[in-house]
Design a protein around this ligand. Structure first.
Ligand code: NAP
Length: 312
């Protein structure tokens, strides 16, 4: 008997995923029927969803063994009280590669002072500048999960001293790991570049508030590809305008799309990228979906389950 997989992530995602999901399920040896419309919710074995997905009430899906989110961030789904089935978030190798490239690229932009040369060609020969090399510029990664570890490893490979911070204590080769409030203070006080790769939960909201921004060295740069609410927006603007922070490159925002009149767009010390740091890549993500369904059918533990008490 084939298992019934309801692809409920929406029409646009379906166009992207349809061929890859069929291939990935076949490669995983899963006999599945992928449904786009469901007349009998009680016959569905797996749901594939995304923020703004087609299912808002999960309670009729009484046989469903797993709800697989196509996004890494799950803050828009964890609060759904009808979702009592196990919930998996997306950990996608393609997404991880993309995030590593975004983080390394934007770190190097600031590290090398590229803007001065790309934007400032005025015929004047200013060669009295010797920027520090990477080993002289400590970089902090807040959040040492799938993405933070990968980004930290890539930066460490370029010789940046990488200082990390996470909820639980960790030992990761190449990354000086910290946890707890004292750990955060220690990390921020040294970080010339701060990279936020944490989920949005009640505990992480406004993590970078005025007091913590004040701990950063003069001229520090913030990169936020995590979630918008991790930063107190007003405190960020104050710190940039006061000249204490050098720049903020932001990929994620409290309200997306970022409204055209939002001050971030025109701020000279803010770069906006429109939540493109790391999209889920259908080719690789379809394999993750298929593997989780294979596991469900084999009685093996699911990958990347969300702990709803923690919120990520
Ligand atoms: P993950 O594997 O769940 O890692 C999350 C990390 O944050 C973990 O190290 C966790 O600590 C830490 N953390 C969570 N709450 C904390 C707290 N209260 N205090 C200190 N540390 C805390 O997540 P991921 O896959 O790396 O993804 C990280 C985030 O990136 C996602 O949640 C999403 O918001 C964002 N994201 C953005 C894009 C984009 O395109 N911009 C794409 C994908 C993901 P422990 O290790 O101790 O649990």
């Amino acid at each position: 008997m084939p298992v019934n997989v309801y692809f409920a992530a929406g029409a646009a995602d379906w166009r992207d995923y349809e061929p890859h999901l069929a291939t990935a399920l076949a490669e995983a040896g899963v006999n599945a029927t992928v449904l786009r419309d469901v007349s009998y919710p009680a016959a569905v074995d797996y749901i594939v969803t995304a923020p703004n997905g087609e299912v808002t009430d999960f309670s009729p899906f009484t046989r469903c063994k797993l709800v697989q989110n196509l996004w890494a961030g799950v803050e828009r789904i964890t609060g759904n009280a009808t979702l009592t089935q196990p919930l998996a978030r997306m950990v996608d190798p393609g997404m991880t590669e993309s995030m590593v490239e975004w983080v390394v690229g934007h770190t190097l932009r600031h590290h090398l002072g590229m803007d001065a040369h790309i934007l400032g060609q005025d015929g004047i020969w200013r060669n009295g500048i010797t920027p520090p090399i990477a080993r002289e510029r400590p970089v902090a990664v807040l959040g040492l999960g799938e993405l933070g570890r990968a980004a930290g490893a890539a930066l460490a490979a370029l010789n940046f001293p990488v200082i990390g911070w996470s909820r639980s204590p960790k030992a990761i080769a190449g990354i000086e790991c910290h946890s707890g409030e004292d750990g955060l203070r220690a990390v921020l006080s040294r970080a010339e570049v701060v990279i936020l790769l944490m989920p949005f939960t009640p505990e992480t909201e406004n993590l970078l508030n005025a007091a913590r921004l004040a701990l950063l060295p003069q001229g520090a740069v913030i990169l936020n590809p995590g979630r918008g609410p991790l930063i107190d927006d007003a405190a960020l603007l104050v710190a940039l305008d006061a000249g204490r922070l050098g720049h903020a490159t932001l990929d994620v925002f409290r309200n997306e799309p970022l409204p055209p009149a939002h001050p971030f767009w025109s701020h000279p010390k803010i770069t906006v990228t429109p939540h493109i740091a790391a999209s889920t890549r259908p080719v690789t993500a379809a394999r993750v979906v298929a593997e989780n369904i294979r596991r469900g059918e084999a009685g093996a533990p699911f990958l990347h389950l969300v702990d709803r008490t923690r919120g990520y």
